[in-house]
Design a protein around this ligand. Structure first.
Ligand SMILES: [Zn+2]
Length: 385
């Protein structure tokens, strides 16, 4: 019996990297199976049989030499091997010569099943990896060359490409909340070396970011990356309130990069510097970033739209720099905020306060009553004598 093997995406890509390629691959073809559906796969007690079923259909009914696709991505996020990568796929007729063919198991036409969760993540990671290995960015949806809806009417190629390329704009509103940012920081580093509270730090990033139209969570994630989660230890010292390595290059002496009087000014300078990379529009606040004019002079002003555009510009050589920031942003957004013990404590104190106030009022009223009584008695005594 023809056997098939499943891999995690990373392992499959590792296998591909080591494979000796004997043909040129320039196009990544994307299909959905339509049948088998996700449901078929989930219900199957032996998942390999689902792939085997496709092989049998392709070879016995359609009389192909092997299963048509190079890989199938299953709803549980696994990559199943298929046709030898060094053989053309049976993917899109007249377009197979330089193709690598992916089948996503499921029916992704609108109103049917959804491409989501681990399967979507696996598909994105796989395509991204294939782009790197084959040095291409040419993704082809089956429907581009046929009147089929494949890989499903619910899929938007532009959106998928944006997700694959990690195209996240620096401009915009923060997606992470203040609590998420603070809790993530304290989870990684419970004692950040900052000259303000973690609450204040997060608020500075959100407020200054909002002022300039920059995503505060992205800038904050960049600060976490640049300062090692505010552990510092690099060229910048904690007392400098410099969270983005402003003025620090490989030849800068320790402690000689830019310094700022307060954490808030340090954050403002960071946001301004980031805005400089993103936009040619003037800053809203007065300039505190000592490196802002250098951006103008070097032609870098407004040269970055997406976080990954910072690679090779903010950071040199900067391979993977923006991706590292985005990884942190993803983690920030994924934090489930727990009710803080401190908040609960505060509420208890407030309640107790209210109770004491009421009691105080009651006692005051009683004192007043006794005073009135005493006065009345005094009055009577005076009259008596
Ligand atoms: Zn197709």
């Amino acid at each position: 019996m023809r056997r098939f093997h499943s891999y995690r995406v990373e392992s499959y890509l590792d296998y591909l990297k080591k494979l000796k390629l004997t043909r040129k691959i320039t196009d990544i073809h994307l299909h959905h199976t339509w049948k088998p559906t996700k449901k078929t796969y989930f219900l199957a007690s032996n998942k390999e049989k689902v792939i085997y079923g496709m092989w049998r259909y392709h070879t016995k009914t359609l009389k192909w030499r092997d299963i048509g696709q190079h890989v199938s991505v299953s709803p549980d996020g696994l990559v199943w091997d298929g046709r030898d990568v060094n053989l053309m796929p049976a993917s899109i007729s007249r377009h197979n010569k330089n193709a690598f063919a992916i089948e996503m198991i499921g029916n992704f036409d609108k109103g049917q099943e959804k491409l989501e969760g681990v399967q979507l993540e696996a598909v994105k990671k796989l395509i991204k990896g294939l782009f790197e290995i084959f040095q291409t960015d040419h993704l082809i949806f089956h429907r581009e060359y046929s009147n089929k809806s494949c890989p499903g009417t619910s899929l938007d190629k532009f959106k998928l490409m944006e997700q694959i390329r990690d195209k996240v704009e620096i401009v915009g509103a923060s997606m992470a909340t203040k609590e998420q940012m603070k809790q993530y920081l304290l989870m990684v580093n419970p004692v950040p070396k900052i000259n303000c509270t973690p609450d204040e730090m997060v608020i500075y990033y959100l407020d200054e970011g909002k002022k300039e139209g920059i995503r505060g969570d992205i800038a904050f994630a960049q600060a976490l990356l640049e300062t090692g989660f505010f552990k510092f230890g690099g060229l910048v010292l904690p007392g400098q309130n410099n969270y983005a390595g402003l003025g620090a290059t490989n030849t800068t002496q320790k402690g000689r990069a830019a310094s700022f009087d307060t954490p808030q000014i340090g954050v403002k300078a960071h946001i301004q510097h980031l805005k400089g990379y993103v936009s040619k529009k003037p800053l809203i606040s007065p300039i505190v970033d000592p490196r802002y004019t250098i951006l103008e002079e070097s032609g870098l002003l407004g040269s970055c739209k997406y976080v990954t555009d910072l690679n090779g510009k903010w950071a040199i050589p900067g391979n993977g720099y923006g991706e590292k920031i985005l990884k942190i942003v993803k983690k920030l957004i994924a934090i489930t905020v727990k009710e803080e013990p401190q908040n609960i404590q505060n509420e208890k104190i407030l309640e107790e306060n209210e109770r004491l106030k009421e009691e105080n009022l009651r006692i005051q009223q009683q004192i007043k009553k006794y005073e009135d009584l005493i006065n009345a008695l005094k009055h009577q005594i005076n009259n008596f004598s």
